[in-house]
Design a protein around this ligand. Structure first.
Ligand SMILES: O=C(O)CCC(=O)C(=O)O
Ligand SMILES: [Fe+2]
Length: 293
């Protein structure tokens, strides 16, 4: 019995954050293949805590791809101009401009969203690796779709449960171009890659069986079958609940963090708030999921 306790005590520990989601697991080496028990610890933590940080990593783009592939099939982002030149699965996010050329996608995720919810099979896990972080700001905020769903007043929960909503990348991209003239319009090939899709507004997580609200201000254009004003009013009501601080976790990045999150039951926001003299550089891969039900 004593011996069993000892061997457990050296096993990896999942340390939850103070929030309703978020956890950290120290002592993982993400640059080598994950041992089955290590993978299991991470996977269990994702099911419980939605957002999981593995601190102190230093992964080359190729190693990030190999790490990500252990969680499933990787899917390159539609904005191919920000793919890493050697690894198209890796999306480069950065505010840095070198020799007049942007190092990466500058305003990625600067609105609440769930990754690739505009695809028929939206992202399961996103893995984001911090290579350079600003001294202040640059946090990422997360909201638990489970907590929001469970907190909805009964009448609202019942109403929204049978509904579907339209998700659109073009809708978001046009609004971002209006704010940031440096954003290039989608090419016709990119437009074809991201037609609008419809998803249930409440989805059941395929692994946990729990229900989560699955709409987001970034990509959800409207409720299917509602008049525009009614759709907007319902979305606003739902977001005013979803964005209550008690459902969120703030990740303050340290260089070397690898953050993994489950997009099927959460949304997130790149909070910005750092000076132009500060450098932020992140590498990201996304793991394809299944059609929401
Ligand atoms: O850069 C960030 O803080 C998050 C960007 C984002 O939305 C993502 O990587 O999916
Ligand atoms: Fe995102």
């Amino acid at each position: 019995m004593e011996i069993e306790l000892m061997s457990e005590s050296v096993a990896l520990e999942t340390v939850p954050s103070d929030a309703v989601l978020g956890a950290e697991i120290g002592g993982v080496n993400a640059s080598a293949p994950l041992a089955p028990d290590v993978f299991q610890t991470i996977d269990d933590a994702l099911k419980e805590r939605i957002v999981v940080c593995l601190p102190g990593q230093w992964l080359s783009p190729g190693q990030l791809v190999t790490f990500g592939q252990q969680f499933g099939e990787l899917e390159p982002h539609v904005l191919s101009q920000y793919h890493h030149p050697d690894h198209p699965e890796v999306l480069v996010l950065s505010n840095v401009v070198e020799n007049g050329k942007a190092l990466g996608f500058r305003d990625a995720g600067s609105y609440w969203h769930s990754d690739l919810s505009y695809k028929d099979k939206p992202t399961k896990y996103t893995i984001l690796h911090a290579r350079e972080v600003p001294d202040v700001g640059g946090d990422t905020l997360f909201v638990s779709g489970y907590a929001v769903y469970e907190a909805l007043p009964n009448s609202l929960r019942t109403r929204v449960s049978g509904m579907r909503a339209i998700h659109s990348y073009a809708f978001r991209h046009e609004q971002m171009i209006a704010k940031n003239k440096l954003r290039a319009p989608l090419t016709s090939e990119q437009k074809r890659a991201v037609p609008d899709v419809s998803h249930p507004a409440v989805r059941t997580h395929p692994d946990t069986g729990r229900k989560a609200l699955y709409i987001n201000p970034g990509f959800t254009k409207a409720f299917d079958g509602l008049a525009p004003a009614e759709s907007k009013a319902l979305l606003d009501d739902l977001y005013s609940i979803a964005l209550r601080p008690e459902f969120s976790y703030r990740h303050n990045w340290r260089k070397g963090d690898v953050l993994i999150w489950d997009n099927r039951c959460s949304m997130h926001l790149a909070d910005g708030g750092y000076g132009e003299d500060q450098r932020r550089l992140m590498h990201r891969v996304t793991v394809r999921g299944t059609a929401p039900v």
